[in-house]
Ligand binder design. Sequence first.
Ligand code: GLU
Length: 377
Amino acid sequence: MKKQYLQKTKRIVVKVGTSTLTKENAQLNVERIEQLVYQLATLQKQGYEVVFVSSGAVGSGNGKLNITFNTSLAQKQASAAVGQILLMKLYEELFDKYDIRIGQLLLTKDDITNRTRNLNARNTITELLKMKIIPVINENDSTVVEEIKVGDNDNLSALVAILIDADLLILLSDIDGIYTDNPTKNKDAKFLDIIEKVDKKIESYAKDKGSKFAVGGMQTKLEAAKKVNTAGINMVIANGQRDNILLDIIKTDFKGSLFLAATTRLPAKKKWLLLSSNTKGSIHIDNGAKKALEKGDSSLLPIGITKITGIFDVGSVINIVDQDNNIIAKGITNYSSKTIDEIKGLKINEFKDELKADYLYDTVVHIDNLVLIKEMD
Ligand code: GLU
C-alpha cells in the first residue's frame, strides 16, 4: 500500500533524533549509529541522493562532559560545541569504511529562510550531492540565538527538504509513527499508517515530548509534515531502533506513518513563501473569502477581510487566518497594515474611492503571491 507512493523517490532527507543516537546515559550509541551509517551508505550506493540531518550534539556533549541535566542556554551551547565534533568524528570514521565522504553544514534559520542567503546553502548541498558526498546537517546550536533559531531538527529538516526539492523526508524517532493515543498507556490506541492531511484531529493525537535531551516530539513532527506536504514532499515517521528501517521504507510496506504530499510541486516563489517564517502579522478573513481562496483560483480582496493583527509594510510576508484562527495561507501583501485597516470590508470601487491617489492594486494579496497551507478542511 504505502510503497506505491514512494516509487519515484530519488532525493531523501533523513533526520535522526537524539533518542536514536544516544543511550540513556547520553553516550553515543555506536552500535546503532553503525547500523544507520550502513543504511545511509547503502542508499547512496543504490543511487539515492541522501542528506543526513543529525541531532545529538547537545545530548552527546552532555554525555562527554558528564552533565546530567541542562542548566542554562550557555551551557547547552557549550555542550553542543563539544558534542558536534564527537558526532562528526564518529560519522567520518564510519562512512570512511564505505569509502564515502561527508561534509558538515551548521545552519541557522536565516541561512534557509532568507531568500538570497538560502541560495548559498542550496548550492552547497546540491554540489555535495553531485560529488556523491553526504551532507551532514545540524542547527548551529553553539552560536544561534533565540530570534534566529529554528529550534528543533524536525522543522529544520523540513526546511532543508523544501530548500533542496527533496522527494522524501524521513524522521527517525524512538516510536514507529503516530498513534491515536499513547500506545504504552492505552492498548486501544490505533496506529496511523497513511495520513492525507494534518488536521486538528491528527494534531490532537500529538501530546508527547521526546526523551530527556530531545527538543521535539510529535508536535514538531506534525509541523514538519505540514510544511513538506504543502511543498509537494512526502514524509515518513519511523522507528530508528528497527534494523534496516531506512532500506525498508524505500522497498517495502514498512512499519511507519506516511504523510502524503500535496499532489503538485510549488513554484519557486511560493516555495520561498513557505520557507519564510518571518511573518510580520496576520490578515483575518471571513468564510466567503476562505472558500474563494481554497478553490485555488482567486486572490485576496479587501471585501473578505475582517481584521488585521500586527504592523507591516507593503511587500511583507503575512499569515492569512480564518474565523477559527487557523493559518490557512501565507502571502505577500500589496498594502500596509494601516491601509488594509482602512479598506477592509470594502468592494473594489469603494476602496478605490477611499484610497484615491494611493490606489495601486485590486488585490490585497495576489494569487501568485499566496500559498495555501495543506491543512485546511
Ligand atoms: N540541534 C540539537 C542537537 O544537535 C537537536 C535539536 C533536536 O533534537 O531537534 O543537539
